[in-house]
Design a binder for this molecule. Sequence first.
Ligand code: AMP
Length: 396
Amino acid sequence: MNVFVVNCGSSSLKYQLIDSETEQVIAKGLCERIGIDGRLTHKPNGGEEFIREDAMPNHSQAVAYVLEALTDEKHGVISSLSEIDAVGHRVVHGGEKFANSVVITDEVITAIEECNDLAPLHNPANLIGISACKALMPGVPMTAVFDTAFHQTMPEKAYMYGTPYEYYKDYKVRKYGFHGTSHRFVSGRLLELIDKTETESKVIICHLGNGSSITAVKDGRSVDTSMGFTPLDGLIMGTRSGSIDPAVVQFLSEKLNCGIDEVINILNKKSGVEGISGVSSDFRDLDAASIEGNERASLALDMFAYRAAQVIGSFTASMNGVDAIAFTAGIGENNFKIRKEICEYLGYLGVILDEKKNAVRGEEIKISTDDSKVTVYVIPTNEELAIARETVALLQ
Ligand code: AMP
């Protein structure tokens, strides 16, 4: 089965065509600057990259160009659209309505629309992608895979905020959590690796990328996670502040003489390790600056590892123990220094890192020693493959 996986942003569209039997990526690519001018980068597996710069006034046009590229005589990988058997859409917010992926129907579209105010930048873009694909591939089954769904198993005590209860009842203000597709994928794999798919288990998944979150997974189900009502909460990230005292928002709004929306924009886009270091949001740049003696870059890296270790500690307490920890995503998979720094805080749990094994980048490997009380793995995430697998499972 060929599954077309679509991840629509407000001005971008990422896609992969995946053969679900071999789990190979047949082609992948990205449309950027939708609504501005338009640029498609298309990469067939084993073939040459193809770039098309053409007007993309909307997502429908972007999808049309992608479908043209997929079926193009020269750069294409399929001879006609009939070779696309299903479409899997990443959808950011499923609110409390979706605890699992679903086949898209008119009712599902309405329910996703009802979650729009919880993710006003993302869900409308995801819906545009769904309607563009529906228009161009009528009759092809489509699924929605939600970033929030995996965390719907969190207990009330973990997802409720200490605000008046009416705000939860009336406005659904609570912790939702994100990166659920990655946390589900990596925790599932970790349980296989430690041979605990059928038994009681307590694991912690550290998805550390430009956006970062950590999830506590008990018996295969998310029981707590570091992101909250929005992806701004929790860890310090590339440009996001993570958790701060909410009173800072009002204080900064007065000092900067700007609205709360501008302060939130600063906390989302100008904070995190970039804001602290003044160097970059990219950890490769921070590592290089830190080696050259840039103290603020070193501080940003220290703060990142410290906060991550704190969250791991608090989730270990929540679950009353932890069997295994996995690192994933850009930083988690590639940055051995950060992994080492985080694991050094976890000595009290009996974590012992095998420094030689920890020197890897981007491959699945156990990085703790055999006598470490907690097993630590690097497990590359693959959200597109996870979406393709869920799509096939739903349609079969
Ligand atoms: P993500 O959002 O998962 O793509 O992660 C982005 C972060 O991962 C950036 O801060 C990068 O520095 C880091 N990263 C990605 N690839 C590598 C790599 N090959 N080596 C070191 N760091 C990497």
